[in-house]
Design a protein around this ligand. Structure first.
Ligand code: AKB
Length: 314
């Protein structure tokens, strides 16, 4: 495998924490520099780390001048629920940082850039079941609007400058190594810790709020597989639909009850239910499967068993 040198921006979040560990295994620890606006917590402190505020282009320029990176991952973002509380600052962070990063990537001749999109690009008029790759997109959250606009910017940089930018529309991501922050799908992460610690969980979505979801192991694999695919096979330059499973709170609670019979779930839907109502139930990811061989490994039962086994071992 070619020797990569990878810069990860916003590595301290839920996705970054897991991706970094995936990169260490595939590329080697010394090939990765993780950055975040906050000091590293836990596992991130075990590898190369630099403080970086992505809203300050000079800081990014200095890092790019000091190192010859081949790949750049830009993960810093405000998610759907938090974005509704501070819409203008969410827009600034999500959009302006992307444009700085794309500009600097062109100027520094970075070979490949990764930027995550989300199912939040879809909205109430989008077909809800097996949502196609190309369809109506009328996102209602600032996060979703920024992801949709971001997809257009990524494709534009590819057309205008030939910048090799790649992206995935992640469903709700579920892992046990790091907590998410400010998303609508966060309940599916919180529920595991609550089930182990308190044997009960109060869910902020309705019992039948069906959403597309994915285990982190699959999300990390999808991301690295996409980035390792030869450029000529990448046919979608906005962001690929990917999917693994779909479930509602009552179904994940039932899966947990198989391991923890006394577990109880109650429901108190809040504003996040309105966001969930606008997102798809399930996703058609046939383009990702056909173009670069995407195939998930974990379903709801396998994921639940794996998470509870790992969390119980701590
Ligand atoms: C969120 O809930 O905001 C995110 C997402 C689906 O992009 N997890």
């Amino acid at each position: 495998m070619k020797k990569e040198k990878i810069l990860v921006i916003g590595a301290g979040g839920q996705l970054g924490t897991e991706l970094i560990q995936g990169f260490w295994k595939v590329y080697g620890k010394d090939r990765i520099i993780a950055t975040d606006i906050k000091e590293p917590q836990g596992i991130l402190a075990q590898g190369n780390f630099e403080l970086l505020d992505v809203m300050k282009p000079k800081q990014l320029q200095a890092l790019l001048q000091k190192n010859k990176f081949t790949q750049l991952y830009h993960l810093a973002a405000v998610l759907s629920a938090s974005g509704e509380k501070n819409p203008k600052s969410a827009w600034r962070l999500n959009m302006e940082s992307l444009i700085h990063v794309l500009d600097e990537a062109v100027a520094s001749k970075i070979e490949k850039v990764y930027w995550p999109s989300s199912i939040a690009v879809f909205g109430p008029s989008t077909p809800k079941d097996h949502t196609p790759q190309d369809t109506i997109m009328d996102p209602v959250t600032i996060y979703g609007i920024s992801k949709q606009a971001g997809e257009r910017w990524c494709e534009w940089y590819w057309r205008r400058y030939g910048l090799d930018v790649r992206s995935l529309r992640y469903p709700g991501l579920i892992g046990y190594k790091a907590q998410p922050g400010g998303g609508t799908t966060d309940y599916a992460v919180e529920i595991f810790l609550a089930a182990l610690k308190e044997k009960k969980y109060e869910c902020f979505l309705k019992r039948d709020a069906y959403l597309p979801m994915m285990y982190m192991e699959d999300a990390v694999k999808a991301t690295i597989d996409l980035m390792e695919t030869p450029a000529e096979r990448i046919k979608v330059r906005s962001a690929y639909n990917i999917s693994a499973m779909s479930f509602c709170p009552a179904e994940i609670a039932a899966a947990i009850t198989k391991h923890i019979p006394e577990f109880q779930i109650t429901y108190r839907p809040d504003f996040r239910q309105e966001i969930a109502d606008t997102w798809p139930n399930s996703i058609d990811d046939s383009r990702a499967r056909g173009d670069w061989g995407w195939k998930p490994e974990f379903d709801l039962q396998e994921m639940t068993t794996d998470i509870l086994r790992n969390l119980s071992a701590f």
